[in-house]
Design a protein around this ligand. Structure first.
Ligand code: NAD
Length: 535
């Protein structure tokens, strides 16, 4: 379909329409039409073609909103979404299947326990401005695939993209089931006053608290996709030129307005000068005429964000060692590295969410770990450029939503892997299968056969001690641990070791024998404490 690339002026949705859309989304869900997997696949396929047809308009809108170079828009938004969509289209019929691979005591097998995947219902998606297309539509893919209806509220700070998303949704998706609400705080507040079955919010922690509080009033579950002060570690053991180049990429893409990009880099003291030298080499390689003149470097989204980032540069006590140029009239801030000597410096205490970051010298990986855990113990991402052992130390001593070894945030670039924060950087995850799970309720179902009633006699009054004893005898097992919490190597363990010596084929046969033997053992040795208590 040919799409008019002219971008309409931003228009807020009327509050009457907000209420109507919410009502329609709930009614569409209540009709149960979204439960049909074929219906979901059709919506997803239409979304695929919608994104494809709207690509020229999205590229223009993203350029207008945030100066996004088209290569970045294609890689980070359009292709990212299409990859996620393609995987979902391929896998959905498998994902929706009942889960029967469950763990439960053998005695419950006649009940045929299984987990049905049920849609949560009508959901609300609130997006931010930095990846204003992807961060609205990726959650939508999850909502559709799970069988939910949805309202999207894009960021007003990316108004052109918000209007283009509205057009796409109105033109391609089922009317009533999916709507876009555009606007600012009044429209978002009106949406939050409606009852939802889940809210996925992406943005800053202050608004996340407003969303979470509002959701708590109606016990609405939330997924909160937030940011953090993401650390990176650079060791003297790493290839410094490569580390500098990759970290530069992380901060030049989208002019650093990437929630996973590094806020600060802990660099081993003896290689700080070399690291800075390599950063400047990359700077000149990426932007031979300087970033301001480059079509491959984006702008800061608006004056408010420009002022916020500039203030960090104005108030730092550190030394600018790369970049530093700013121009408010062009919303331009050059990729800028600042060498600091205190973790209380604004370059360390504030979230950059822009093209600036600090370099904090450390003596070794242990000091880096201490710094990271002090500055922000639960960042959204973590990057480490060290030896195998150093990387493992960083990973095991510092938590984060996701992590990348030897690169900037590549874990977030794989559009089908679970993506989400931890602690202050958020809760819940999505992308790929995780998006389906995010909007799915796992509903446990069992079916008790009529013939089992005799076996269930124990639960009916009048209660009988004899029945209870029999019940415990059947249902309990001996602990395989002592009172100090230490595991006891029982018969099963030794049987496993012995039978494990056979080859894979022999092993298969022996495992069956093992099961028989262990069952026999359990039968003859069931003298559980609870049973003893009754005697
Ligand atoms: P933003 O200003 O675009 O706001 C995000 C959304 O919140 C918008 O839709 C906006 O309309 C809504 N909003 C603003 N004030 C509100 C209020 N009072 N009540 C209800 N809704 C309100 O974007 P932002 O929040 O400045 O985004 C930047 C932050 O988001 C950074 O902290 C960044 O790290 C984080 N972020 C996280 C991710 C992630 O996936 N984890 C992605 C992008 C950005």
């Amino acid at each position: 379909m040919a799409v008019d690339t002219k971008i309409p002026p931003f228009e807020a949705t009327s509050l009457d329409d907000v209420a109507r859309y919410a009502l329609e989304a709930r009614a569409a869900y209540a009709s149960r039409k979204t439960k049909d997997v074929e219906w979901r696949l059709v919506q997803l396929r239409k979304l695929y073609w919608g994104i494809t047809d709207y690509t020229p308009k999205f590229l223009a809108a993203l350029k207008q909103d945030i100066g996004k170079p088209s290569t970045e828009a294609i890689i980070g938004e359009i292709a990212f979404l299409l990859t996620d969509l393609n995987l979902t289209l391929q896998k959905l019929k498998t994902w929706v299947k009942d889960d029967t691979d469950l763990d439960y005591p053998l005695t419950f097998s006649p009940l045929k326990p299984h987990v049905r995947k049920e849609p949560l219902g009508a959901v609300l998606i609130i997006g931010p401005y930095n990846f204003p297309l992807m961060l609205n539509l990726a959650p939508l893919i999850g909502a559709i695939s799970a069988g939910c209806t949805a309202i999207i509220k894009p960021s007003e700070s990316a108004p052109a993209t918000a209007m283009a998303i509205k057009e796409l949704v109105d033109n391609y998706l089922d009317p009533g089931s999916f709507h876009v609400v555009n606007g600012t705080i009044p429209e978002t507040t009106a949406l939050l006053n409606e009852k939802w079955d889940k809210i996925l919010y992406t943005g800053n922690p202050t608004v996340a608290r407003i969303v979470a509080k509002k959701a708590a009033e109606t016990l609405t579950p939330v997924a909160l996709e937030l940011g953090g002060r993401n650390p990176a570690f650079v060791s003297k053991a790493t290839n410094l030129a490569l580390a500098a180049r990759r970290l530069m990429w992380g901060k030049c893409t989208n002019a650093g307005q990437v929630c996973m990009s590094h806020n600060y880099v802990c660099v081993e003291r003896e290689v700080v000068d070399d690291f800075i030298k390599y950063l400047n080499v990359s700077y000149n390689e990426f932007f031979p005429q300087g970033p301001k003149a480059s079509p491959d470097y984006g702008s800061i989204v608006n004056e408010r964000q420009f002022d916020r980032i500039k203030k960090m540069l104005d108030t730092t006590s550190g030394k600018i060692v790369m970049g530093g140029e700013t121009d408010k009239s062009k919303l331009f801030i050059a990729p800028t590295a600042v060498l600091v000597d205190s973790i209380d410096d604004p370059m360390m205490t504030d979230e950059s969410f822009g093209p600036i970051w600090s370099i904090y010298p450390v003596n070794d990986v242990k000091e880096a770990i201490k710094v990271m855990n002090k500055v922000d113990p639960t960042p959204l991402s973590l990057m480490t450029f060290g030896s195998k052992s150093e990387n493992e130390q960083v990973l095991s001593h510092v938590t984060s939503g996701g992590a990348t070894i030897n690169d900037a945030y590549m874990h977030g670039a794989v559009s089908t892997l679970p993506f989400g924060g931890v602690g202050e950087s958020g809760t819940g995850a999505y992308h790929g299968r995780a998006s389906f799970d995010c909007f799915t309720h796992r509903r446990t179902v069992v079916a008790t056969p009529s013939w089992m009633d005799k076996l269930l006699r124990v639960r009916y009054a009048p209660y009988s001690q004899a029945q209870l004893k029999q019940y415990l005898w059947i249902n309990s097992s001996k602990p395989d641990f002592d009172r100090n919490g230490k595991q006891i190597a029982g018969l099963g363990y030794w049987a496993w070791i012995v039978f494990g010596l056979g080859g894979p084929t022999a092993k298969g046969a022996l495992i069956r024998w093992f099961t028989v033997l262990t069952a026999g053992y359990a039968y003859f040795t069931q003298s559980h404490r609870l049973t003893q208590l009754l005697s």
